[in-house]
Design a binder for this molecule. Structure first.
Ligand code: SF4
Length: 351
């Protein structure tokens, strides 16, 4: 009988059945889940008769950016759905893995290629974790270390909050991946009660809110969920998260030419965040075919907008996305290998 490497109870049961010293299992797990060594290396710690399933995903395709240090992995689930995971090698030498939480997404944000897919399936805990293992193995093979894990791939993490929370519990479990909570970031388009619940459960894990506009009407055109979870509820949720976490929450703001990048828009944003402990991350927009009406703000407009926020006293960074040539930049995780009819088996969003 095979067992899942992330399932502590199953591992313990098999360890006893094989009369193995706990030390053997620790070495095996260190090898696979902490050092991200190759499968053969990890398996060499176990007796051959032990039938362990190392992966729940298979690598269907790999694309390496010719421009920068991004790698896009197309990964296939056992149900033949394809998801994406992106490795970002940052010039400073640090490495980040951007993982998916769903196949497709029900949130249907106007600027997002994944949002045009609809939702096909929530990912299981082991499918979320295997993205980290497969990405980590690629980095280890290059002599690099995995520094950060961000939930910014396909899907709204809080539409699959139970699996995402359980996966993060395992990522931070000292007997499993042993990652620091501070090295993990979950990005949401804003589901207030899930944000506070998550901050209560895992206060050390970072949260980011994709705001993109402090004007409710405009935000609704970009993020339809604004109708259900309006700005005033998000403001209250951030206040509560601030109390639980005691550190700034990241506000992500996509820079869209002529949509949300004016002097007035920045002033409205500054007014909206008053009283909150936040920092800004401005994201130049990567155009997608499905939204030809949206363009990235010019560099000068982004710099002006950032300066206005800084002058108002807010820490503000501008994120220049990696992997634009392999459609790996945020919002471009698309349907390349996904038959559209696969998506018709849609499940209702778990919001
Ligand atoms: S931006 Fe995020 S929440 Fe919105 S459609 Fe894309 S994946 Fe879903």
């Amino acid at each position: 009988m095979t067992f899942d490497v992330h399932d502590s109870e199953a591992v313990e049961l098999h360890r006893r059945n094989h009369r193995l010293d706990p030390h053997v299992i620790r070495k095996f797990r260190n090898s696979l889940l902490r050092k991200f060594e190759a499968d053969d290396s990890a398996l060499s710690h176990l007796p051959e008769t032990m039938n362990v399933q190392l992966h729940s995903l298979s690598v269907k395709h790999r694309m390496d950016s010719a421009l920068d240090g991004a790698t896009r992995l197309l990964l296939q689930t056992s149900t033949s759905h394809v998801i994406e995971c992106v490795i970002l090698r940052i010039a400073s030498g640090r490495s980040t893995i951007c993982v998916s939480s769903q196949v497709g997404c029900a949130a249907a944000c106007d600027f997002c290629a994944t949002g045009k897919l609809g939702i096909a399936k929530n990912l299981a805990v082991r499918e979320i974790l295997d993205q980290v293992v497969l990405g980590g193995q690629i980095l280890t093979n290059e002599g690099r270390r995995l520094d950060n894990i961000v939930f910014m791939g396909m899907g709204e993490p809080f539409h699959n909050s139970r699996a995402v929370t359980d996966a993060i519990r395992k990522l931070t479990d000292r007997d499993l991946f042993a990652r620091s909570p501070a090295s993990i970031l979950v990005s949401t388009v804003g589901i207030p009660e899930k944000m506070t619940e998550f901050a209560e459960t895992l206060p050390g894990v970072n949260l980011a809110l994709s705001l993109h506009s402090a004007d409710s009407e405009k935000r609704r055109t970009l993020i339809p969920l604004e109708s259900k979870h309006p700005l005033k509820d998000l403001h209250e949720a951030i206040r509560q998260v601030n109390q639980l976490q005691g550190r700034p929450l990241m506000i992500e703001y996509l820079m869209l030419d002529g949509v949300n990048d004016s002097h007035d828009a920045a002033n409205q944003l500054i007014r909206w965040v008053q009283g909150l402990n936040i920092r800004f991350n401005l994201i130049p927009f990567n155009a997608i075919e499905d939204a030809p009406h949206l363009m990235c703000s010019p560099r000068e407009a982004i710099d002006r907008f950032a300066q206005q926020l800084r002058e108002a006293g807010y820490q503000t960074t501008v994120r220049y996305s990696l992997g634009a040539d392999i459609a790996a930049a945020c919002g471009q995780l698309a349907r390349t290998l996904q038959p559209v009819q696969d998506q018709q088996n849609s499940i209702a969003s778990a919001d």
